[in-house]
Design a protein around this ligand. Sequence first.
Ligand code: SAM
Length: 273
Amino acid sequence: MSQFEDAPLPPTIDPTQPSAARAYDYYLGGSSNFAADREFADQVKLIAPFTVPLMALNRSFLRRSVQFLLNQGVRQFLDLGSGIPTVGNTHQVAGRLGISARTVYVDNEPVAYHHAQTMLADRTDTTILHADMRDVTGVLTHPDTQRLLDFTEPVGLLIVGVLLYFPDHAAVSEMIAAYRRHLTGGGYLAISTLTDEPAPPPLRADLAAMLSLYRGLGEPLYPRTRAEVTAWFDGTDLVEPGVVEMPLWRNDTPAELDEPARTLGYAGVSHFQ
Ligand code: SAM
C-alpha cells in the first residue's frame, strides 16, 4: 500500500470505485491511485496495449507545448482538466527550465484535487481549483485565479487530454470562446484529444474495446476528427505545424514517431489576441 493510500481522505471519496483520472496517474507511473484504479487500468492495458504509450505521448505533448509557450514569453497558465500533478505537469516543466511561472490547475475529480492541494500547499505560484472547467465564470472569478493570473497579460490556456470527456462538440467551442473573451491580454491555446481517424483497423478495434470499458465505468470517451479539433481553434492563429498527430507536434523525441499509438491523438497550439 502506498503512502497515498494511507493518507486520510475526505469521506465523499470512495476508493473502491475506479476513476479515470487516477487510472491515468497509474498509466503515467504515478502513485496517486487505489487498488481499484490499478485493477481497472490493468484490464484496459490488457485489451488496449497502446494505452500507456498513448498517455505518455499526451504528456509529452503537454511538456513540449508548455516549453513552447514559455519560449514565447508566457509566464502564466490556466490548465483545465489538469489531472493529478505528480508526473511532469505544467509547473514542473517551468521549474525544470528554471523559469518562474504561475499556474492555476482545474480539475473536478475529488482525489486529483485533494491530493494536488496537499502537494501544492507550500507553493505560492501554483494552485488547484476543485471545479468543473465548463463553469467558465466560476473558474475565472475564483479568488485563487484572480490572485495568480493577470488577464491583461498573455495566458497559456491548456486543454490537454480532457476534451475527450465531453460529448457536445459545439458546447466545447462555446466554452473555449468564453475563456478567450475573458483573456483580454491574449495568449496561446493548446489542445490535445483522442481520435480514431487515422488509426489502422486493428488499432481502431482495440480502441473500440477500450471505449467500451470506459463506458462501463460511467466515464464515456469521445474520439474526434481532425476537422473537429481544428474547428476548436476557430478565431485563433494555429502555429506550425497545425493540428497533427501528437508526436508530430514539434517533436524532440524521435522514438515517439515509431509509436503505433501516435495515430490515436491529435494536438495543436494557436495564438490569440
Ligand atoms: N491534462 C492532463 C494531461 O494531459 O496530462 C491530465 C489529463 S487526464 C486524462 C483528464 C483530467 O480531466 C482528469 O483528471 C479528469 O478528472 C479531468 N476532468 C474531466 N472532466 C472535467 C471537467 N468537466 N472539469 C474539470 N476537470 C475535468
